[in-house]
Structure formats: structure tokens, C-alpha cells
Ligand binder design. Structure first.
Ligand code: GAL
Length: 701
């Protein structure tokens, strides 16, 4: 009898435990490869960045209700609440966050918690002044703002370990906590204090093993900068004319990127050990290049990023936003990712930064993320702050909580994404072409920007936009990526190259790929030292050209004449190409080198290398080139009017088409036939009418 009572009690107790942990999340392994929708219990992640600590506790319940009504099932919490969680060194208070989670969870809303290290408390700076970073003039940042700590300060590392450990221990079994965001937008600032200098010396030792090797690699004989002891090596701080050795400066960027990775990893290791069933991410910044995201994101379960398409008031750069999504996806093997901060209103700090976006654009931008592979959208922020620096940075709601037009459109989008979840789940972006991003080249161009008007990201953007105008999905790859599946790879201004990359590109072309290179390619070796080979250096043979002259653009106009006699404006830089085995596609139209080659194509193995010696200044020109290269190799999308994007996700042979109109006028696209509208289930006519700012999701049967 006693045994029967005991087992009855056991059943009751375990039933209670199950009820208390309805998701059973604690016993579950993390999905591999990471699947965001599965992680969120089968729901498309639809969320807001919420700061319960900024509002009266009495408001939490009505907030959660309003969120739930808008289809919100996810929040990010606490990433700036260090002082509230550790008000005094070593004393923790999570009671307020527990209560906030309880309210949110009761409305079906789960959370990721931000480790709050992006904004350390004032008491920490007061007690340990050396946690503040030092600028290049040797001045420590003073308290205020955020993100101004030194990555190598032992006091800051200890404080990080303490708060991350305490949070992980408190929340590791919380059924409403899905996982973690480490810090916030890691990257800046570069710190020039003694800790960082010593760490740089250690990094240099690990890279070069001997000072002889370092001196040789950096060419320190120039200006007699040869180092006899490691401790003599300076940081590239603000010297006269900022004239530091470019090799030292590039290694310093690499070092900072690696140190940022190590700091993130320090947090990841603590979280993994204590809370192994909770997933970990970080909020990256798209095209930001202070760190190499393809390395930074390696310890994470999935990538998340912060997307503000209207930065500076410009709505028109929707292809630039698409490129950022694709770079983020590419930074972790094209796995599914999420947007952790999606623009939810008009940005601004002390002033508003632009025009207000039409409500429909907020929906269009969310769909753009989905069309580029995002399986989660989280808006920054739920409600505009009443306090602090971001009083003018709008959330979905304004301070008065009125259910405004942004709230209405966010609610509509939430309902639609819930309806599309089954279709989207497991679908992927498949791209026949890729843009190669070289973090080393980007840094080297920061160190020596070439000419005033050079912009590496603009080079990427112009080819990327040409693909998108042709309705072709594009991936972003990095030097260590597998290139074998692509038909065309564009590697614009591939300034810094090492032997493995050259060999990889040669193999890609020999196997039938088309490689597009552009001006200032192959100029530097991996130490940022100029090659002594004829340009484009180690890529000259495969490009079938030699460059014996170039002309940096300074207030001059240039144009190209293609083989059909069509003229194209060009800018920034002009490499004068001498074909060795290549054929000429276009020549220069002006100047002392008029008539000499500007664009060439060379057959190499089973593929071809195109070299563009300049920056094509018009969309028509880059489109003409890309369409010519795609012909017969890649099926292009429908003919698209300006302001309209076409993108495809695929799932077991089924295609999901996204048509997004970013303009304030109605647009029409003609497809090859009628497809099914994924939301209404109806078959649409081949001619699709898209009202202003509208979106259409269509599928093949
Ligand atoms: C992001 C940041 C947020 C918020 C937002 C608006 O970059 O991660 O915390 O500051 O910008 O300024």
C-alpha cells in the first residue's frame, strides 16, 4: 500500500514538474543544424526588443497583452540592465526579471536574455578605472554612453565572468528562456592601453614565432623601423600623418577582430557549460567591418543582426539591405538566421535622422529579411524610450502606447508570418552566384583608402544589385568558404590575396566557374606588402592580362566603349589593361590611354576570368555585364521595374517567390505563368499587380 501511495505521489510530482515546464525545453538537445523555428516550438520567431525596466511594472501586463494580440511570441530582454541585475559588486537581483518573464510567458512569449556587458555600470568604472578603453591619443574613455571597455582588462574580464555566470545559473532551467544574446553589437572601440598592447605583442609572437620573421614580413627596414624586442612594437596610434606601417596596421585589425572573437567566446563557454540546452547568438551589424563576422560567429548557434534600412533617411538602398542580409547569412554557412533589431520606427538620437517610413515599408522590410533566409524578425523596440539618448529612436509604439499605424502593420505581418510558417520551415536560399568578401582587403583599404572616393562596400553593392535586378539570388562567401557550387563569383577589388586563395580561385575557374575581378586586385600579399609581380600579381595569368599603368581618378570623367559601341560612364580608378591571352570587352574612351582595354575576358581551364579595370558608374552598365555573363548559364528572374525585388526560397523542389515593392506607386511584374498566392491559396494571374509597398508570396505546387 505504501508503495502504491509513493508511486501515486511520484506521478503527481512529475505531472507538476511537466506542467511547470510545459515546453520541456530543458531536456531537449539543441537542433543541429540550428533550426530557429523548431527552437521556438514550431513558431516563426516574431518579436520585439523589450525593456521592462524602463516602464512601470503596472504596464507590463497590458504590454504583454498588446504584444500577444500582434502575434509577438518572442522578446529580447536585459542587454543593458547590468546595474539592475548586479546593483552592488557580487550581489545579484533577478527578481524583477523573473516577474517580467512570468508576465510575458503567460502570454505565450519566450525570451532571449542579453548578457549586459555592452553597458557596464557606473560603479564598475568607478571602482576599476582600467576597465575603460583608451583612445589612440592615450586618453581613457570616461564613463557615459556604452561600448567603451577594454577587452583585455583583467578587471573587466572578471566582472564579465561574474555577471554571465550568475545569469546563466539563475536562468539555465527557466522554461521561458530560449537562450542568449552575448553583449550587444561587438566591435568598437579599438583600445590602445597597456593591456591591449601586451596582448598584441603576444598575438604577434604566436603569428610570427620570431622577430626576424616579423621584421621580414612587415618590411620594417622601411624608415628603419626594425624591432629588436617584442615590447618595442607600437600600436598603430595617432602618429604624425597617421603614417604607420600598413603591415603592422593590418595585423592590428586582425588582432582586434580575433580579440573580439575571444571575448565573445569567453561568454559562450560559460553559457554552454552552465546552460547547455539554451541557444546562443549575438547581434551583428550587417556590413560593419570592424570585425570579421565569418570568424566572430563561429562559436554561436545561429547568426542574428540589427537591420536599420533607413539609416540616414534614405529609403532607396533596398539592395544594400539585401546584401547585408546575405552577408550575415553567409557568415555562418548560409544557415537560417534572424533579425534581432528590425527597424520599428524613425531612427534618431538628438535629432530625427530622416523621413518617416510609410507603414507598409515596415512590413516590406520584414518580408525582405524572410526572402533572404531569416526565420525570425524582432523589432527594435517595443516602445520608444522616455529617457536617455534614444528618446527620438522610435519603437513600434510611441511613449503613449497608442496602437498606431506601425502597430497595425506589425500585427498584420505577424499574422501572415504565422500563416506562412509551415511553408517557410526548412526552406532555404539557393544561389547560383556569390560575392566574395575579403575582410583583409576591406581593412587594408581602410588603412590606405586608395583615392578619396573609394568604397569597398560600394564595389560589392554594384555587382550585387546587378544580380538582383536580374532576379538572381546571390550568396556572400569569404576566403575560407567552399566555392565549388557557384557558377559566377564576383570578387571586386581583391586587394590582399594569399596563395591558398589564389589556388582556390584558380580551381574554381578551371572547373568551369566564371570569376569577375576588378581594379586593384592582387596588389598586396597577406602581410599588406605590395607584390613585385606585374599586376594583377598572382591572378595575372588566369586573368590573361598585364597592368603596366593605372590612373587614379581625380575630378575627371571617363567612359568606356564596349564591343557593341555602347558608351558607359566610369569612375574612381582606371587600370590600363594589356591583354596577354584575354579578349577585350570594352576600351577606355578618353585620355591618353583612350582605345586601350578596360574590361577583358579570358578563358582559363573550363571557365573564364573577367577583369573590370574601373568602377562602372551606371546600373545599366553593371547589368549589361552581369546579364552577358549569366546568359545560358543561369536562369534569370522576371523583368523587374525599379523599386521591386524578386527573391526565392526553396524547399524540396518547391519554390517560394517573394515580390516586394519598395516604392509608393503600384507596380506590375509579369511572371512566366500564374502561381499560387501562399496567403490566400488562390492562383494569381501571370501578371502580378503590386500596390505601393506591398508584398506577394507565391509558390509552385
Ligand atoms: C542599435 C543598438 C540598440 C539601439 C539601436 C538604436 O545599434 O544595438 O541598442 O541603440 O541601435 O540606436
Amino acid at each position: 500500500m505504501r508503495n502504491r501511495v509513493a508511486s501515486f505521489l511520484l506521478v503527481l510530482v512529475s505531472a507538476f514538474i511537466l506542467a511547470a515546464h510545459p515546453s520541456g525545453a530543458q531536456s531537449k538537445e539543441l537542433p543541429k543544424p540550428f533550426d530557429l523555428i523548431q527552437w521556438n516550438g514550431g513558431k516563426f520567431i516574431y518579436g520585439v526588443d523589450y525593456y521592462p525596466e524602463h516602464w512601470n511594472e503596472a504596464q507590463w501586463e497590458s504590454d504583454a497583452k498588446m504584444m500577444q494580440a500582434a502575434g509577438i511570441n518572442f522578446v529580447r530582454l536585459a542587454e543593458f540592465a547590468w546595474v539592475k541585475m548586479e546593483p552592488v559588486e557580487g550581489k545579484f537581483d533577478f527578481a524583477w526579471l523573473d516577474r517580467a518573464l512570468k508576465v510575458l510567458n503567460a502570454h505565450g512569449i519566450k525570451a532571449v536574455l542579453g548578457t549586459p556587458t555592452g553597458s557596464p555600470p557606473a560603479w564598475l568604472y568607478a571602482k576599476y578605472p582600467d576597465i575603460a578603453a583608451m583612445d589612440e591619443n592615450g586618453v581613457r574613455y570616461r564613463y557615459g554612453s556604452r561600448r567603451n571597455y577594454c577587452l583585455h582588462s583583467p578587471n573587466f574580464i572578471a566582472a564579465t565572468q561574474r555577471i554571465v555566470t550568475a545569469m546563466a545559473e539563475h536562468y539555465r532551467n527557466h522554461p521561458g528562456v530560449l537562450g542568449w544574446q552575448t553583449d550587444n553589437e561587438l566591435g568598437d572601440p579599438l583600445c590602445y592601453d597597456a593591456y591591449c598592447r601586451a596582448a598584441f605583442h603576444k598575438w604577434c609572437r604566436a603569428q610570427y614565432k620570431s622577430l626576424t620573421a616579423l621584421n621580414k614580413a612587415w618590411g620594417t627596414i622601411f624608415w628603419g623601423h626594425t624591432y629588436l624586442t617584442w615590447s618595442e612594437i607600437p600600436l598603430p596610434w595617432n602618429t604624425l600623418g597617421k603614417a604607420h606601417n600598413p603591415s603592422l596596421a593590418l595585423d592590428h585589425r586582425r588582432f582586434h577582430s580575433a580579440a573580439t572573437h575571444d571575448y565573445l567566446k569567453l561568454q559562450v563557454d560559460i553559457l554552454r557549460k552552465i546552460a547547455p540546452t539554451q541557444a546562443i547568438t549575438h547581434n551583428d551589424m550587417g556590413m560593419y567591418d570592424g570585425v570579421d563576422y565569418s570568424v566572430l560567429n563561429e562559436p554561436l548557434d545561429f547568426v542574428a543582426w540589427d537591420n536599420y534600412p533607413m539609416f540616414g533617411g534614405d529609403y532607396s538602398n533596398y539592395f544594400g539591405v539585401g546584401l547585408a542580409h546575405d552577408l550575415m547569412r553567409g557568415s555562418k554557412d548560409n544557415q537560417s538566421f534572424m533579425v534581432m533589431e528590425q527597424q520599428g520606427g524613425l531612427p534618431g538620437w538628438s535629432i530625427f535622422w530622416g523621413r518617416q517610413a510609410a507603414p507598409g515599408l515596415f512590413r516590406a522590410w520584414s518580408y525582405q529579411g524572410v526572402a533572404h533566409g531569416a526565420d525570425g524578425i524582432c523589432y527594435f523596440r517595443w516602445r520608444t524610450s522616455r529617457y536617455g539618448t534614444e528618446q527620438y529612436w522610435q519603437g513600434i509604439l510611441d511613449q503613449d502606447s497608442y496602437a498606431n499605424a506601425r502597430y497595425q502593420i506589425v500585427s498584420q505581418t505577424g499574422k501572415e508570418l504565422a500563416q506562412l510558417t509551415e511553408l517557410l520551415h526548412g526552406s532555404k536560399i539557393v544561389a547560383p552566384v556569390a560575392l566574395l568578401v575579403s575582410p583583409d582587403s576591406r581593412w587594408a583599404f581602410h588603412i590606405q583608402p586608395l583615392v578619396k572616393d573609394f568604397d569597398y562596400n560600394r564595389q560589392l553593392g554594384l555587382y550585387y544589385a546587378a544580380f538582383r535586378r536580374a532576379g538572381i539570388n546571390a550568396d556572400v562567401v569569404f576566403p575560407q568558404s567552399d566555392l565549388s557550387g557557384y557558377k559566377i563569383i564576383v570578387a571586386p577589388s581583391l586587394f590582399v590575396v594569399d596563395k591558398p586563395l589564389v589556388e582556390k580561385l584558380a580551381a574554381f575557374v578551371k572547373n568551369g566557374g566564371t570569376l569577375v575581378l576588378s581594379y586593384r586586385t592582387g596588389v598586396k600579399d597577406e602581410h599588406n606588402v605590395v607584390t613585385d609581380q606585374t599586376l594583377p600579381g598572382p591572378l595575372a595569368e588566369m586573368a590573361g592580362i598585364a597592368i603596366h599603368d593605372f590612373d587614379p581618378q581625380t575630378n575627371q570623367e571617363q567612359e568606356l566603349v564596349d564591343v557593341e559601341g555602347e558608351r558607359h560612364p566610369a569612375r574612381v580608378w582606371f587600370d590600363v589593361l594589356t591583354p596577354t591571352t584575354a579578349q577585350v570587352l570594352a576600351t577606355y574612351g578618353k585620355g591618353y590611354y583612350a582605345g586601350q582595354a578596360a574590361i577583358t575576358i579570358n578563358n582559363f581551364g573550363n571557365g573564364a576570368v573577367v577583369y573590370v579595370g574601373t568602377e562602372l558608374a551606371s546600373a545599366a552598365s553593371s547589368s549589361k555585364l552581369i546579364n552577358f555573363l549569366a546568359q545560358g548559364k543561369i536562369s534569370v528572374g522576371p523583368s523587374l521595374p525599379e523599386g521591386l525585388e524578386f527573391a526565392v526560397r526553396e524547399k524540396q523542389g518547391k519554390q517560394i517567390f517573394f515580390l516586394i515593392n519598395y516604392t509608393e506607386k503600384a507596380q506590375t511584374v509579369t511572371l512566366d505563368r500564374g502561381y499560387q498566392n501562399a496567403l490566400t491559396g488562390e492562383t494569381e494571374p501571370a501578371e502580378v499587380q503590386l500596390p505601393a509597398f506591398d508584398v506577394r508570396v507565391l509558390t509552385t505546387p
